[in-house]
Write a protein that binds this ligand. Structure first.
Ligand SMILES: CC(C)(COP(=O)(O)OP(=O)(O)OC[C@H]1O[C@@H](n2cnc3c(N)ncnc32)[C@H](O)[C@@H]1OP(=O)(O)O)[C@@H](O)C(=O)NCCC(=O)NCCS
Length: 184
């Protein structure tokens, strides 16, 4: 599914465009993913170097697949040609679970704390709603204060704690599970 462009002004005064990345944006998206994983890998699900040698052609195929899928979308934040933030919304498989989706997101470090997380997430919630998603869920590590603040601010409810789910830098870490009912 492709999400149309929306311009937003951040607290810094900078304007960015939120929209789905297309296959032509594969290199810009990979550059962004390399940044986020380098800067914030403890908050993500793969190590720092996960995207280092990822072929741009493979990323373009992933974006082609997203564009034609009825059950998932990506929204990137574009500062000109550069992608500075990205969010994925993944519908769950299975007939009985088809109204659920899971969210994952990240921003380049120089775009933290200027309202971009809020804009990106609120736009995704609006688009998920328009596409008949009834329930959103996500997990966040218990040490990720900016993430927790963002999810609570946008209306997600903490459901509980998942113990020792991630193994990072030789230590097990806990995660909180959050959900939001958005359905009509
Ligand atoms: C998590 C993340 C997306 C949050 O984005 P952000 O830039 O903080 O988003 P916003 O600027 O919209 O801030 C949201 C709110 O959190 C608050 N906040 C930010 N950092 C905070 C902190 N350390 N403690 C408490 N509140 C914090 C902000 O003040 C803001 O509230 P306000 O609008 O009432 O002032 C961003 O930090 C990020 O990309 N981190 C790296 C990757 C990551 O952690 N992804 C999520 C994995 S679950």
């Amino acid at each position: 599914m492709l999400i149309p462009a929306k311009g937003v002004t951040l607290k810094s005064g900078k304007e960015v465009i939120l929209k789905s990345p297309k296959p032509d944006d594969a290199q810009a998206l990979l550059n962004h993913l390399k940044n986020v994983f380098n800067q914030s890998y403890q908050n993500m699900n793969h190590p720092k170097n996960n995207w280092e040698n990822f072929p741009v052609e493979e990323e373009a195929k992933i974006l082609t697949d997203f564009a034609s899928s009825p059950s998932k979308f990506m929204i990137s934040a574009f500062d000109g040609e550069r992608i500075v933030g990205n969010l994925g919304c993944f519908g769950m498989g299975g007939e009985f679970l088809k109204f659920n989706a899971r969210i994952g997101m990240g921003l380049d470090y120089d775009f933290h704390n200027v309202g971009l997380g809020t804009e990106l997430l609120n736009y995704a919630i609006q688009k998920a709603k328009e596409n008949k998603i009834h329930r959103l869920e996500l997990t966040v590590r218990t040490f990720n204060e900016p993430g927790i603040a963002l999810y609570e601010k946008t209306g997600f409810r903490r459901v509980g704690i998942l113990k020792e789910t991630a193994f990072i830098d030789e230590k097990f870490c806990d995660e909180y599970m959050y959900e939001m009912l958005i359905g009509q």
